[in-house]
Design a protein around this ligand. Structure first.
Ligand code: ADP
Length: 252
């Protein structure tokens, strides 16, 4: 059986005349933590959105476990819509701006997916939600609405919500960049615990210290292509490309 959880090949995506992804190949193995870095506008967010087909690539192949999707054809629209839905259910997504439902409590946010989409009966969904809130250290915020939570707490609820769908992988799009610096640690700690538990993750971040600690592999993008892939040790101490060296001089 394959141990590859996510496989992308030849991914291309344009918005109008702007070619944002220009043939990206990337595989993520089960239990691996891949950190995507690169300058602003290099296509990192678009790439993670293509991984779970929130954004449909113009060309290429996306495979998430057993769910394979050929991009850019117009055939079989209904079959494709079903595949896209399956791909989204297999990957949890954590956004920069949390995207919580404001009218629901922390628990309500976490159990919405398992109850509505996975069709778990309410008592089971609640028990799962409580377990996950406990896991992200927010058991006591069960009945609190997002407006009463700090940014770090909101992001931890968003992580619990992503886990509630029992995903094969979790994708994070700059999970700390909307937070004040003093709130970064609590979110990074939860992500580190997930990594220790063997969760497959792809994380877009500018946090070099965190990337160094949590990543198994760093993928550096520039201009819509992968420029360098390396272990954190190699990436930060002896990157082979001048483009990476100049980027690191700016962010460090
Ligand atoms: P990064 O995450 O590396 O900063 P993005 O993937 O967010 O890069 O964006 C790459 C480029 O694509 C940017 O120039 C951005 O403005 C553009 N872009 C992203 N999403 C859209 C969209 N939905 N419509 C038009 N342009 C977009």
């Amino acid at each position: 059986m394959t141990t590859t959880t996510i496989e992308l090949s030849g991914i291309c995506k344009a918005f109008g005349d702007l070619e944002v992804l220009r043939g990206v190949d990337l595989s993520v193995e089960r239990g691996e933590v891949v950190v995507l870095m690169g300058p602003s506008g290099s296509g990192k967010t678009t790439l993670v959105r293509c991984m779970n087909l929130l954004e449909e690539p113009d060309a290429g192949h996306v495979r998430i476990c057993d769910c394979a999707f050929e991009c850019g054809t117009r055939r079989d629209r209904r079959g494709r819509a079903k595949l896209m839905q399956r791909a989204r259910q297999r990957t949890g997504m954590v956004f920069q701006q949390f995207n919580l439902f404001p009218h629901m409590t922390a628990l309500g946010n976490v159990i919405e997916g398992p109850h509505q989409v996975r069709k778990l009966p309410m008592p089971e969904a609640v028990a799962l939600g409580e377990r996950l809130l406990e896991r992200v250290g927010l058991a006591d915020k069960r009945d609190v609405h997002p407006s009463r939570l700090s940014g770090g707490q909101k992001q931890r609820v968003a992580i619990a919500r992503a886990l509630a769908m029992d995903p094969e992988a979790v994708l994070f799009d700059e999970p700390t960049s909307a937070l004040d610096p003093e709130l970064h640690a609590e979110v990074l700690e939860v992500i580190q615990e997930l990594a220790a538990d063997g969760m497959t993750m792809v994380i877009v971040t500018h946090e070099t210290h965190f990337a160094r600690e949590v990543a198994n592999r760093i993928v550096f993008m520039d201009g819509g292509v992968v420029v360098e892939e390396a272990s954190p040790e190699t990436f930060f101490t002896r990157p082979s490309k001048e483009r990476v060296r100049s980027f690191l001089r700016l962010v460090d």
